[in-house]
Design a protein around this ligand. Structure first.
Ligand SMILES: Cc1ncc(C[n+]2csc(CCOP(=O)(O)OP(=O)(O)O)c2C)c(N)n1
Ligand SMILES: [Mg+2]
Length: 374
């Protein structure tokens, strides 16, 4: 008996705007209007300036740590633009600021988060964004649960969750994909494949040639896109959104991109990355590419750029002011956001923190103890 084919597949790669800022006329028809392209370029620059100031704040001791988004903004911006503000939900990792800001998250909250201030995670009502997730992969399960809830409640909402290439090596990714597809929930799994998981290159942590193909095992739709091409990212996410709304389930989007900065400010990528590699990706910068496109169309020039830079400067200054202008939280605050009710041991730690000498009970130094501690 000859063998038959049990399964076969191919993975599409989508690029609409190439590295030189030239649009594929056929694929790019009616994807983004001129007005939208200019709007997205302006947002990209504005958000990049916010990213740059965060880096500077960290370097000058005014922020604890910060993961730069630089170079990856087309991923977050293009996908975020394809989702409905106030309707769909964004469940991020930590390198998607552009999507969060676009959906109404005040940037200073992200700054507060990285300043170690829990108030940065208090998302305003009406902003459909969950807090930044540092434990790699956990947010994909949260997103899956949310999408399942929306399905059960028959609410017309789609959930997008963001994660990196490294996160697809976590069990959480596979559990979330398996659950999401089995229950056919309206979720989009958006992988920012920036080639590195801190110092581990993609090819050293997985044997699969693409990340998109991991979807096949779970019966999800998938596509690989040029993640520095905002047209391709937008189009793929819009298609995924509409498919999810129509009951077509889950899509895994692999956006091929590159982080131009260090992993975080606690890292020095020069120790493990080839400068030639970084240089080659600098040439593919999504900002340069989009600017070339709008310039060629006569929609942009140096004067407009200068005006944009002025506006961005003012925005950046407001963001810094908002994040540094509020009263510092009390150190005991670190006990207050994890549990609804403190365990007796945590209550003891919280109370003894209020004394000058750690470990002393409040009554030992003349403070009254909290009810939990008595
Ligand atoms: C569960 C867990 N394991 C390890 C870490 C430490 N860690 C922080 S970022 C990171 C790499 C993540 O790489 P990737 O998913 O590719 O995202 P990127 O930082 O490249 O955007 C690791 C291992 C963590 N935060 N959480
Ligand atoms: Mg990565």
């Amino acid at each position: 008996m000859p063998t038959t084919t049990a399964y076969s597949a191919k993975i599409d790669h989508l690029q609409i705007l190439n590295e030189d800022g030239i649009l594929d006329e056929k694929l790019g028809k009616d994807v983004l209007s001129d007005e939208q392209a200019v709007f997205l370029y302006e947002k990209l620059i504005e958000y990049r300036r916010i990213d740059e100031i965060a880096f500077t704040l960290q370097r000058s001791g005014r922020m604890y740590t910060y993961p730069q988004n630089k170079g990856q903004e087309a991923c977050a911006l293009g996908s975020g633009f394809a989702l409905r503000k106030g309707i769909d939900w964004l469940v991020p990792c930590y390198r998607e600021n552009a999507a969060l800001f676009l959906h109404g998250l005040p940037p200073h909250l992200v700054f507060l988060h990285w300043m170690g201030d829990e108030r940065g995670n208090a998302i305003p009502a009406g902003v459909n964004v969950t807090p930044i997730a540092i434990p790699i992969g956990t947010q994909m399960l949260h997103a899956t649960g949310m999408a399942w809830a929306f399905k059960l409640k028959k609410e017309d909402r789609v959930v997008i969750t963001y994660f990196g290439d490294g996160a697809t090596s976590e069990g959480d990714f596979h559990e979330a994909m398996n659950f999401a597809t089995t229950f056919n929930v309206p979720a989009i799994f958006f992988c920012q494949n920036n080639q590195w998981a801190i110092s581990v290159p993609r090819e050293q942590q997985m044997a699969s040639e693409t990340i998109a193909q991991k979807a096949l095992a779970y019966g999800a739709q998938c596509i690989q896109v040029d993640g520095n091409d905002i047209f391709a990212v937008y189009k793929a996410t819009l298609d995924a959104r509409e498919r999810a709304r129509a009951g077509g389930g889950v899509t895994l989007i692999e956006a091929v991109t590159y982080r131009l900065g260090d992993h975080t400010t606690a890292d020095d990528a020069r120790r493990y990355r080839d400068p030639a590699e970084v240089e080659s990706w600098q040439a593919k910068d999504p900002a340069i590419r989009l600017r070339k496109y709008i310039e060629r169309k006569g929609l942009w020039d140096d004067a407009k750029q200068a005006a944009l830079e002025e506006r961005a400067k003012a925005i950046v200054s407001e963001v810094v002011k908002a994040s540094e202008g509020i009263a510092k939280p009390s150190p005991t605050e670190m006990f207050d956001s994890m549990y609804a009710e403190l365990t007796p041991e945590l209550a003891r730690q919280r109370n003894t923190m209020r004394t000058h000498s750690l470990g002393q009970y409040p009554e030992q130094v003349g403070l009254s103890a909290s009810p939990a501690h008595r």
